[in-house]
Design a binder for this molecule. Structure first.
Ligand code: MUC
Ligand code: MG
Length: 376
């Protein structure tokens, strides 16, 4: 009977374009809006659940574009799930894997919507299906990425004053390293002593550039270096990690858990950034966390500038992890002019709080969603 009540009756998709509060620059792309595919799952008892597939700069940060995600969900993924019980999470994940290869963002969005819908239908938070929470708030950092040091200093100071963020991530690699060092030093000398700063190079450096500039990063007290080299450069990244005085975080180099194992075995880094867009689902992201931990890596709760919908799905998993040494970076809801969730997510005292309530615990802002929906 429970299965009938929670049978999936539809999986509706829409593309949304959400304007950001400022330009966000990465080594290989820049954005002034975030595009997502929003999935609305409806169950036989009328319950609905929400999921979000995030992209960054079109099919640039990863190979999926919103147009492809929507087409692949509508044509190949949704039809395999209609009639299945929403809470048959493993079986549904297998069905999706059988229907498409990779398409991780698309599969993760559907899985989020099913956790949300099943949870709401049963009156349980999504975390219950993932082992239950072991924390109810997570330290959350903010990313500085306008490329203008004065603006970045002002932005960081405002976040500190509002007690929203006290750890920052800065994007490097869109300028020459020399220029980036000047920019970074200016920012670091303007921050309170001990401010934790992560640098994300998004594959922008070579091994030689790394060897040349890592001592400067160490001198500035940088806490963590994210994805300095291109994915696939296992040997070079391992050499870099071995000589680096600062821990290296693996991001784009490890989407699948197999890629994570290859990187961990090659010792390319000692921290792993968890993202739904990489793992392809909530369960798989939790498994990736276990694999990384088993290799002795520390964990970082990564993002792809998701709205409150995607952030809540990540938080449901992050809250249940035995370890999450580096906290998370789900500042996405705050960099959108209009977040797609109107309640549930709460930023306070440098932390993001786990939404309470059934499913993902958020309420959708239908006006914001309709306004952002791309017209055909
Ligand atoms: C990335 O590579 O980490 C996440 C935060 C941010 O500023 O960019 C993204 C992608
Ligand atoms: Mg990154």
């Amino acid at each position: 009977i429970a299965a009938q009540k929670t049978a999936i009756t539809s999986l509706e998709t829409r593309i949304v374009d959400c304007i950001t509060t400022r330009r966000h620059k990465l080594s290989n792309t820049e954005i002034t809006h975030q595009s997502f595919v929003i999935v609305e799952a409806t169950l036989a008892d009328g319950t609905t659940g929400w999921g979000e597939a995030s992209t960054l700069g079109g099919p640039r940060w990863s190979e999926e574009s919103v147009e492809a995600i929507k087409a692949n969900i509508d044509t190949y993924l949704a039809p395999t799930l209609i009639g299945q019980p929403a809470q048959a999470f493993e079986a549904n994940a297998l069905r999706m894997k059988k229907a498409v290869s990779r398409n991780t963002s698309a599969r993760a969005a559907i899985e989020s919507a099913l956790y949300d819908a099943a949870g709401k239908s049963m009156g349980l938070p999504a975390t219950t299906f993932l082992g239950g929470p072991v924390r109810d708030k997570i330290e959350v950092l903010w990313a500085l990425a306008s490329g203008d040091a004065d603006q970045e200093i002002e932005e960081a100071r405002a976040k500190l004053a509002a007690r929203e963020h006290r750890r920052f991530k800065i994007k490097l690699g869109f300028y020459e390293p020399k220029q980036d060092m000047i920019r970074l030093r200016k920012i670091m000398t303007s921050m309170p002593d001990g401010t934790e700063m992560v640098v994300d190079i998004n594959q922008g450096w070579t091994e030689a550039t790394f060897i040349r500039y890592a001592p400067e990063l160490a001198d500035m007290g940088i806490a963590l270096i994210e994805q300095p080299l291109r994915p696939g450069l296992l040997d070079a990244t391992a050499r870099v990690a071995q000589r680096s005085p600062i821990p290296i975080m693996t991001d784009e180099a490890a989407f699948s858990t197999q890629e994570l194992v290859q990187n961990a075995t090659a010792a390319t880094g000692s921290v792993y950034s968890l993202k739904l867009v990489k793992s392809g689902g909530l369960m798989e992201m939790k498994r990736a966390a276990a694999v990384a931990s088993a290799f002795g890596m520390e964990l970082y709760g990564g993002c792809l500038l998701e709205s409150g919908i995607g952030a809540a799905a990540h938080l449901a998993v992050f809250a249940t992890l035995p370890q999450l040494e580096w906290g998370c970076e789900h500042f996405g809801p705050r960099i959108l002019k209009n977040d797609l969730a109107k309640s549930g997510l709460h930023f306070q005292d440098f932390h993001i709080h786990l939404p309470a309530g059934p499913g993902l615990g958020i309420e959708i802002d239908r006006d914001a969603l309709d306004d952002a929906t791309r017209k055909a």
